[in-house]
Design a protein around this ligand. Structure first.
Ligand code: THU
Length: 132
């Protein structure tokens, strides 16, 4: 699976975003260790706190399809700000913790920075994540 495939799937999902409150569309695509791709978009709610981010949407779909053993190999995030501001968008804290749950030390994460894509790992995005 190439980076292009994941970028394309993330962009396709982003177009489906339900974001009437923020006007900020986000798409995420993931490649699982099993070799499958899943994608998700953000889904907002009039009760703002209920909003689901694109990354968690994609991961939930992967678990629903592959079961509890699902592992993330790679995550790609893309976005589009309809207000015309920067398209930079790093995964929120909740999504970082959610990614860690299904990641290993090599799970790659790519997202749009101010000067092009940032490529890192889930571990780097949330060192010392919550655990008990
Ligand atoms: N959002 C995501 O989809 N992923 C993130 O990691 C952070 C934020 C969404 C939630 C909301 O619909 C919009 O971006 C603006 O916060």
């Amino acid at each position: 699976m190439t980076k292009i495939d994941l970028q394309r799937e993330a962009a396709k999902a982003m177009e489906k975003a339900y974001s009437p409150y923020s006007h900020f569309k986000v798409g995420a695509a993931i490649l699982t260790e099993a070799g499958n791709i899943y994608a998700g978009c953000n889904v907002e709610n009039i009760s703002y706190g209920l909003t689901i981010c694109a990354e968690r949407n994609a991961i939930v779909q992967a678990v629903a399809a592959e079961g509890p053993g699902m592992k993330l190999k790679e995550v790609v995030v893309t976005n589009h700000n309809e207000a015309g501001a920067s398209d930079a968008c790093s995964p929120c804290g909740a999504c970082r913790q959610f990614m860690i749950e299904f990641s290993d030390k090599d799970t790659k994460v790519t997202y749009p920075g101010e000067n092009g894509d940032i490529v890192t790992t889930a571990n780097n995005l949330l060192p010392d994540s919550f655990r008990f």
